[in-house]
Design a protein around this ligand. Structure first.
Ligand SMILES: Nc1ncnc2c1ncn2[C@@H]1O[C@H](COP(=O)(O)OP(=O)(O)OP(=O)(O)O)[C@@H](O)[C@H]1O
Length: 262
């Protein structure tokens, strides 16, 4: 299968080269090389245990690679920790672990806006700065449809709203790479479209790299420019969605005739 080749003059934003991690003899991600270009949404699919989340963790810096490298704008960031990578433009929604439950939704986003612009405590004291930050934070909350919950304590928000808030925090950091790991997991049916519309909106309006780990094939089909398939830690297919879904390796290994989840 032809993989999606970069255009002649466009360099990748993000790249993994022979990226590998070995957990006590089990190679969870095995020499995965892949490049991602601005303006594309790539879904990463594969059966349970294929290595998708582990690859994400290696990219965002939650895990340190055994071998290989991660490059952002051609800079080797393999040895940087997660916070440093975030500062360089890698944005990831962390399944609620980076929310402050005792603060309001708005306060959470304000902290992210302040972090994005390296605004320390002293500047928070300036009323005009505070208003700027608050206005920006409120706009991000509106974007994820949480405007009406701005003053709610995060601990009291329903799960779906907390997931949306995570996306607002990622938006506030204005990353170059958006990483979504099963963004609709645990959401009610009526909440799912809000997140999917938001991802589509980022894709359509911002020239960023978007990576999506997702099991729901209808979601993958509707959003992706490209699909990468992992199996046993290896990259086994990479290309246009229709081509990848129709490929014998994916049909045989994961999809059967017409399975909605892989
Ligand atoms: N910290 C760890 N220590 C040991 N083994 C691990 C660790 N993290 C992941 N693994 C193993 O690595 C393999 C890949 O796991 P990973 O969670 O990346 O798969 P996945 O494709 O994301 O699966 P799922 O779709 O179920 O989320 C699995 O065999 C898993 O048990």
């Amino acid at each position: 299968m032809a993989s999606l080749q970069p255009e002649a003059d466009s360099r990748p934003v993000l790249e993994t080269r022979d990226l590998t991690i070995n957990f006590g003899g089990h190679v969870a991600v095995n020499q995965v090389s892949c490049a991602f270009h601005a303006g594309t949404l790539t879904s990463i699919v594969g059966p349970n245990g294929a290595g998708k989340t582990t690859w994400f963790n290696l990219i965002s810096g939650q895990l340190a690679a055994t071998a290989g490298s991660v490059r952002l704008f051609d800079e080797d960031i393999t040895r940087l920790g997660a916070a440093a990578r975030a500062g360089k433009g890698l944005g990831r929604a962390f399944q609620l672990t980076n929310l402050f439950p005792d603060l309001t939704a708005l306060e959470n986003v304000r902290l992210a806006v302040a972090a994005r612009y390296h605004i320390g405590h002293v500047f928070w004291q300036m009323a005009s700065r505070r208003r700027d930050i608050t206005d920006r934070a409120a706009a991000f909350l509106e974007q994820v449809n949480l405007g009406k919950r701005a003053d709610a304590l995060v601990a009291n928000l329903p799960h779906g709203d907390q997931r949306k808030l995570e996306v607002a925090l990622m938006l506030a950091l204005e990353p170059e790479v958006f990483m979504f790991d099963e963004p609709t997991a645990g959401m009610s049916v009526d909440e799912v479209p809000v997140i999917l519309d938001l991802i589509a909106d980022i894709k359509n309006k911002q020239n960023k790299v978007i990576l999506l780990v997702e099991h729901k094939m209808d979601v993958v089909r509707s959003l992706s420019d490209r699909i990468v398939v992992l199996h046993n830690g290896e990259l086994v297919a990479d290309g246009e969605p229709a081509e990848v879904i129709a490929s014998p390796i994916v049909q045989e290994a994961y999809l059967g005739a017409e399975v909605e989840e892989i």
